[in-house]
Write a protein that binds this ligand. Structure first.
Ligand SMILES: [Zn+2]
Length: 153
């Protein structure tokens, strides 16, 4: 059995520093400081890839509900609207000026503005019978009453 003492060192192949063997990551064979930096770069690249995919999808999506769903996925993935917006802005700031990534981001922002300013399509009431319309109105009235009760309680 080999015991490792505190004064044993090894050269990290990444930073070329002499590092105590206990401060080595066995997973990648580099010191923990280099491993932490590697993981930061890895997570940033993964986040950047996710945002690039999001902007590419949103800029060409014509269905407002799908745009909303894509946004909901990003909010869940990044832990909220603020964190997603901050990550997107950081990604846009890091993108080279005039690059496809930056262009896609601006097109996606325009698409989000367009989606937010487009009213939801109204159903064509001529397709429904009077009884169906009455049932739909009753359901909407019930929902409104429940929302009002929830706000009051
Ligand atoms: Zn290192």
């Amino acid at each position: 059995m080999v015991t490792i003492t505190d004064n044993q060192t090894r050269t990290c192949p990444d930073c070329l520093q002499l590092v105590p063997i206990r401060a080595f990551c066995s997973h990648r064979g580099i010191c923990y400081r280099c491993y932490a930096a590697y993981m930061r770069r890895y997570r940033a690249a993964k986040q950047s890839r996710t945002i690039r995919q999001f902007t590419a999808q949103v800029k060409r999506e014509r269905d407002a509900r799908k745009v909303q769903a894509l946004c909901g996925q990003m909010f869940a993935k990044f832990g909220g609207v603020d964190k997603f917006a901050a990550a997107w802005k950081a990604n846009l700031d890091a993108a080279p000026r005039g690059s496809r990534g930056a262009f896609n981001s601006y097109l996606a922002i325009l698409r989000l503005v367009e989606t937010a300013n487009t009213p939801a399509p109204q159903p064509d009431c001529s397709l429904y019978s009077d009884a169906e319309l009455q049932a739909a109105m009753d359901r909407e009235a019930q929902k409104a009453a429940l929302r009002l009760l929830a706000r009051l309680s």
